[in-house]
Design a protein around this ligand. Sequence first.
Ligand code: HXC
Ligand code: NAP
Length: 286
Amino acid sequence: MLRDDALKGKTIVVTGGGTGLGKAMSTYFLKLGANVVITSRKLEVLQKTALELEKETGGKVLPVQCDVRNYEEVIEVFKSTKETFGDIHGLLNNAAGNFISPTERLSSNAFATIIDIVLKGTANCTLAIGKQWIAAKQTGTILNIVTTYGFTGSGYVVPSACAKGGVIALTRSLAAEWGKYGIRCNAIAPGPFPTKGAWERLLPGDLVKQFDFKNRVPLKRLGEHQELANLAAYMMSDFSGYINGEVITIDGGEWLQGAGQFNGLESISSEMWDTIEETIRKTNKA
Ligand code: HXC
Ligand code: NAP
């Protein structure tokens, strides 16, 4: 979508960059000329992805092991990034943990685990890089991956909804507070984009057949990873330089379809509409 050198000279840290959507966005950042640091808990996964992406794009990838829940490990990520690539220009907070469950079945630790990965993890990375940028008088871009149920709420993923809602508040709050330092803070709320990590935990087993996400989307299809990567690259680039504090939805209209009171009438056939129209017209005349 963007011109070839749109991210040239930029260094971007992508949490959860070894798999799924983080990997897809990292790939496009590299194709557009950025250096990318991918980080998560599983070093072997990161190393494999790094080799694959360097081969595919010709760019430079640094894999660094880090649990975003641990602030000391986060600090080390930015330290090794600086040593390898110099200044850091962007942070993509993409790492997450999630699974479906009736809330009353959750232990306190299960709830806390999701909050810690998603909200505390995002806050840890944001705080660490923000302090560094402000002290060095450097500008930067923070992009957070949230979900549409971060603003609508959703049953069965309540810890995730709480955490993503918190990340949205963090995004808007820091956009206002850190704008003066030239630090932009935005978020993307994707609809359903199939990944192994999400589908195994949100649609395990036969649920994938019973609960087809496509049917919830007005466009009648799932998102393509490149479509999300296009938006993320734009948001990371200087082309979006005046966008700050936004939460941009990319979901084919999914959440609006769920919200609109009469959208379910889509299932009514043309013949049924004839009858309905006739009935209403009769009522109007009565
Ligand atoms: C109830 C569960 C559970 C389940 C784990 N727990 N799975 N409780 N139902 N299915 C409980 C455990 O018993 C434990 O509580 C606590 O949660 C922590 O579990 P651990 O396995 O010790 O945690 P950890 O090793 O840190 O793993 C975190 C994880 C795991 C979230 C549980 O799934 C993970 O590593 N996920 C990372 C990737 C991921 O989730 N990707 C999907 C992102 S999709 P007790 O009390 O027993 O100690 C997304 C949005 C998608 O975010 C939106 C789609 C439209
Ligand atoms: P995924 O492949 O499971 O990605 C999650 C990543 O987070 C993994 O690489 C995982 O790597 C990393 N991670 C988990 N816990 C971590 C921790 N404590 N510290 C560091 N890294 C950690 O799933 P995905 O679908 O690509 O999700 C990516 C992002 O998109 C998430 O923020 C998710 O909420 C969001 N999202 C996805 C969808 C969708 O339809 N797929 C929709 C809306 C939003 P390790 O296991 O190696 O740590």
